[in-house]
Structures are given as C-alpha cells and as structure tokens.
Ligand binder design. Sequence first.
Ligand SMILES: Nc1ncnc2c1ncn2[C@@H]1O[C@H](COP(=O)(O)OP(=O)(O)OP(=O)(O)O)[C@@H](O)[C@H]1O
Ligand SMILES: [Mg+2]
Length: 271
Amino acid sequence: MSTEISTQPLVNFDNVALRYGNGAESILALEGLNLSIQSGEFVAVVGMSGCGKSSLLKLMSGLVRPTTGSVTIHGQEVTKPLGIVGMAFQNPSLMPWRRALENVILPLEIKSEQRWLHSGNAREHKEKARELLSKVGLSGFEDKYPKELSGGMKQRVSLCRALIHQPELLLLDEPFGALDAFTREELWGVLQRLHKETGCTVVLITHDLTESVYLADTVHVMSPRPGHLVYGAEVPFERPRDLDDRFKVSFTQIVADLRHHISKGPEAEAV
Ligand SMILES: Nc1ncnc2c1ncn2[C@@H]1O[C@H](COP(=O)(O)OP(=O)(O)OP(=O)(O)O)[C@@H](O)[C@H]1O
Ligand SMILES: [Mg+2]
C-alpha cells in the first residue's frame, strides 16, 4: 500500500446500487456496494462471471451513473468520464490503421482537439509515447501496425495508451485474460513497474486469483449478482514482488482464502 495515505479516499462507493433497464426485464447488477480506495493503492476485484465487476469499473469511469447511492472521486460525485482516468480492457482494441506509436498518442490527440493541450505539442506527444513504449519493452516497434504485433505486444500498446495522459487512476478490466501464461507473467512485471514509477492508483479486474495476489495491495471479493463486496484480503508482501513469491505458503494461503470466499455457482469462472 502507498506510504502516503491521505485521509480522504481517492475513490469512494457509498451504498451503491446499479440497475440496467426498467420494469420486469431490468437487471439489478449491483446492490449495497461500499468501497474505498486510497490514492496510490493497487486494488484487485475478483468474483464470478456476471457478478458486476465491469459495472463497478463503468461507474468509476463515469460511463454509467448509479441507480442509488454515490460514487465519488476526490470527494466529487462522478457524473461524466474524467480526464484523470485511464482504461484498458481484455481486448486491446487498437486502431488497425494506426501504427503502435500513433495508437498510444490517440487520447492526447483527442484532448488536443478539446483544446486541453495545444495541438502544436505533437513532437512532445510522440516523445512521451516513445518513452512509454520503451518502458514496456517495445522500443523498435513504434512504427508497426497492430496486425504486425503479437497479442502481448498489443496489450502493452494498450497499457501505454491508457497511461499516456498520466492518469491518476488506472482501470484495468481483465487486461491479461486473453494472453498465454508466460506473456501474462511478463506483463505482471511490466504493470508492477509502471505502478511504482507512475504512483498511479490501479483497479484491476481479474478472474485469476494468483494474478490478484501477486499484483495488488488489497483484493476484494464480489458476491454473485447483485454484486457487493463480501471479503477483502490485504496482501503483505514487499515490492517489487518476485514470481517465486507465488510458491510461498503465505501466498498460497491468501489465494485459498479468496477462493473460499467466492461462491461456486454453476457459472463460476474464477480459478
Ligand atoms: N449494458 C447492460 N445492459 C443490461 N444488462 C447489463 C449491461 N451490462 C451488464 N449487464 C448485466 O449486469 C450484470 C453484471 O455484468 P458485468 O459485465 O458487470 O459482470 P462481470 O462481473 O464483469 O462479468 P464477467 O466476469 O463475465 O466479465 C450481468 O448480469 C450483465 O448481464
Ligand atoms: Mg466483466
């Protein structure tokens, strides 16, 4: 956990419910959800498929509003997408006609159009993107198109794109779910380093309990729908963490503990 913890949490969910649609067809995705995230914290959220994890991220990013209760960032109600948030998903969804570097700077171009940044900063943007790409081990691949990159490389580009505007809050929805085990482990290292270097707050949604314990300061377990938090585990291991940490008894105990708290319905996908 961050050494500097302010009294006000960066993100706060107060008794949040979220219902999609109206009437008999409507779905109560979340109910009675309380969550507090401190600045700099690395939080993971795990739970069965369909329990509302992505909905939780959508609320934080301002893409949807709670039906009841409140979601605040820096004490302010979230009513629209905020510039301090960066997001990456399981599917990197890069623009196929843009090279790697051009994909990374896309959010800055959009902001420039909004006159948030002066459009004359193109060279600066490119320099920043180059630097980020080098941090994730993609130096030399700046001019490749997505089709010329492996799945892991595309996900690295997607991470850089999420980080290019130096977000205070990075939201990751199963970013490594589609990758093979070795690439995933490599990207754990990349993410761990980026978290340390940027000091940003991270919320990671994952089905992989080992991944959650390896990366996070706190792992929250969500109940089946309507989702709310039913358990939280603090992860005490020092950083930087090592892949061998996974085989420590204390590590496997936390994983077993989390598994125990995830209800195992017929559709349970958490492993
Ligand atoms: N836009 C939407 N309209 C209607 N229902 C939705 C919508 N988005 C999500 N839901 C429903 O809300 C519930 C929670 O969905 P959500 O995507 O948040 O779950 P999840 O935990 O992320 O699942 P998974 O692990 O499979 O990604 C599900 O029952 C889903 O069908
Ligand atoms: Mg989801």
